[in-house]
Structure formats: structure tokens, C-alpha cells
Design a protein around this ligand. Structure first.
Ligand SMILES: [Fe+2]
Length: 310
């Protein structure tokens, strides 16, 4: 596919302003969006702005697709509220009017289907959308055969199909925007590979400030705490004691390649910002002396964050 980059210029987006009066009919055009804002100070001559969205979780299936896809369509559309495409359209229409670029950090689709892939192409075409999510690699969720597992071998089953649909290098891609290097990375199961680390060092060698865009956050203790507080019912207990690292955070502390990469990033002055998703909550924390990490909540609930680079 064409173009190895990280962002889609909003000028390339199709005209999407299509008001749907079904949601909050008496509000203004974009008031149903739940936007947050951040400013990243780099010292640029020409500031620019990016809409960061993540976790749209599209759940479309054509009638001719198999029984599993129909079952997932019905089940998961209920899970995500059924307004995911509308939310995506709204946020992209807003972006076209208000910012310069859009980055999507994964789980644009909930599982693989012809209909979902067609939506990806419809909304992004040859444009660039950022990074994979764990759901991009899911063939049929809990109905998947072979069974889903968090490994490179599992990803290999459908890597080529995804690479054909998504118009950027799905492992790692880079695009320089006004002197800032946007690097997107597949870290969908929490870890990175040696090949990705090697590729990242080539990006660092360009000597430009870097914005790292990926699906799963590189956890700080505070981001981990917020994640656990949202996803499990620990009440006030987690105020006092940091929840024990598990899942992706545990993997990031224990997998040697990932652990060393994160340690290296803590001391890399060119790293200025991390954009991630996956957790469906809006939370941010200082990642390193030069870099703040921003996690954006689910686009399926009309969330997005404008990040202004100045
Ligand atoms: Fe995810």
C-alpha cells in the first residue's frame, strides 16, 4: 500500500459533516463530542494540531458473512452502543473543521469482517491512521479458531490481510509533520519486538522530536492505577496501595526487550509525547522528563483529544 506515515491530513478527509439529529437533537452540531485538550510544547515555528482518537470498535457485518460474524455483530453492537460509526463520522467531521491531522491508535474495528474492513477504507482510504489495536488482530473474538493468543505467531495468521487494508506499515511507521516525527508502533499485547526497537533507533537517528503513537500505554504507576480502578471494582483500596501489575503492565516489566526499550525511552530526550488508547479512559501522566503520555477514552462514546503542538 502507498505511503508509510502516521497521520492523515484533515484536508484529505472526505466531506463528512452529516448531522444526525437522533443524539442530543437540541444541542449544537458537535456538542455531543466529548473532547479533551492538551498542549505539547516543543518550540515549533509553526504550531499545528492533531485530533487523537482511539477505540472506535466498529461492529459491522454484511448479511452474506458467516454465522460467527452475525453473532458478533449482534452481541458486540449491543456492547458498544451501536453508534460507533456515527461517533467516528462526527469526530472526523469535527477534525476537518478544527485541526490539521488525525491519528487513530487502534481498535478501529472490534473484529475482522469484510464490512468492517470496508468501513476502514471508506473513512481513511489511502490516508494514514496510526496504529493497530489488539482487536484488529481478532478474527472472531471468543469464537476465533485458532483461539486468540497474545503472540506474534497469532498475529501472523492475519498480518497480511491487515497490511492490505490499513494504509500504513502496521508494525512501525513514521511521518514527519512540520519537523516532528510521528512514529506509530504495534504494541497491541503490551510488548514490542527486537525488530521494532531496531527500527525505532533509526527514527531517533533522524534527530527530530518524536511523538510515539500506539495502542497499549507504556504504563506509569499512575496510569496503571487509573486503569485498574476503571476496569475492576477495587473501591477505595487502590488509593492506598498500587494495584499489583498484571496483564500488559506485568509484561512490560518482565519481557526483557520491552522492559529495556521502556527504560531507554525514559532517558531519550527526543521523545516528547506518547499517545495511546486501549483503556477506554482519559488519563495522562508524566512518562519521562521530556515526555508526557496521554491516553484517550473510547471513540465509540464520542471521545477524542485535540493535541496542540507549539
Ligand atoms: Fe484495545
Amino acid at each position: 500500500m502507498a505511503g508509510a506515515g502516521a497521520l492523515i491530513a484533515t484536508s484529505q478527509l472526505p466531506a463528512l459533516a452529516e448531522d444526525n439529529p437522533a443524539v442530543f437533537p437540541n444541542r449544537g452540531g458537535f456538542e455531543r463530542l466529548s473532547l479533551s485538550y492538551a498542549t505539547v510544547e516543543i518550540g515549533l515555528e509553526k504550531p499545528f494540531s492533531v485530533l487523537h482518537i482511539s477505540d472506535t470498535h466498529l461492529t459491522a457485518a454484511y448479511d452474506h458473512e458467516n454465522e460467527k460474524k452475525q453473532k458478533l455483530h449482534s452481541n458486540r453492537t449491543t456492547t458498544f452502543g451501536g453508534r460507533q460509526e456515527e461517533a467516528l463520522r462526527d469526530t472526523l467531521a469535527w477534525a476537518k473543521q478544527h485541526v490539521d491531522y488525525v491519528v487513530h491508535t487502534g481498535d478501529l474495528i472490534d473484529w475482522q469482517s469484510e464490512a468492517n474492513f470496508d468501513l476502514v477504507k471508506k473513512y481513511f482510504g489511502e490516508g494514514i491512521i496510526g496504529s493497530m489495536g489488539n482487536h484488529e488482530f481478532s478474527t472472531d473474538m471468543w469464537l476465533s479458531e485458532p483461539k486468540e493468543e497474545k503472540s506474534e505467531a497469532y498475529k501472523d495468521n492475519t498480518r497480511d490481510i491487515l497490511q492490505d487494508v490499513y494504509p500504513f506499515n502496521i508494525s512501525l511507521s513514521s511521518q514527519v509533520v512540520r519537523g516532528v516525527n510521528f512514529v506509530t508502533l504495534d504494541d497491541v499485547y503490551g510488548y514490542v519486538t527486537e525488530a521494532q526497537v531496531e527500527r525505532f533507533h533509526k527514527e531517533v537517528a533522524k534527530g527530530l522530536p518524536i511523538v510515539l503513537c500506539m495502542h497499549v500505554p507504556f504504563f506509569t504507576d499512575n496510569i496503571w492505577r487509573a486503569t485498574v480502578r476503571f476496569w475492576t471494582d477495587k473501591g477505595q483500596l487502590t488509593y492506598r496501595e498500587l494495584p499489583k501489575p498484571s496483564g500488559d503492565y506485568k509484561r512490560q516489566r518482565e519481557d526483557p526487550v520491552t522492559r529495556d526499550f521502556i527504560k531507554y525511552l525514559h532517558g531519550e530526550p527526543l521523545l516528547r509525547c506518547i499517545l495511546a488508547g486501549h483503556e477506554h479512559i482519559t488519563v495522562e501522566d508524566q512518562f519521562s522528563p521530556t515526555c508526557r503520555e496521554y491516553i484517550v477514552a473510547g471513540n465509540f462514546l464520542f471521545h477524542g483529544r485535540e493535541v496542540l503542538f507549539i
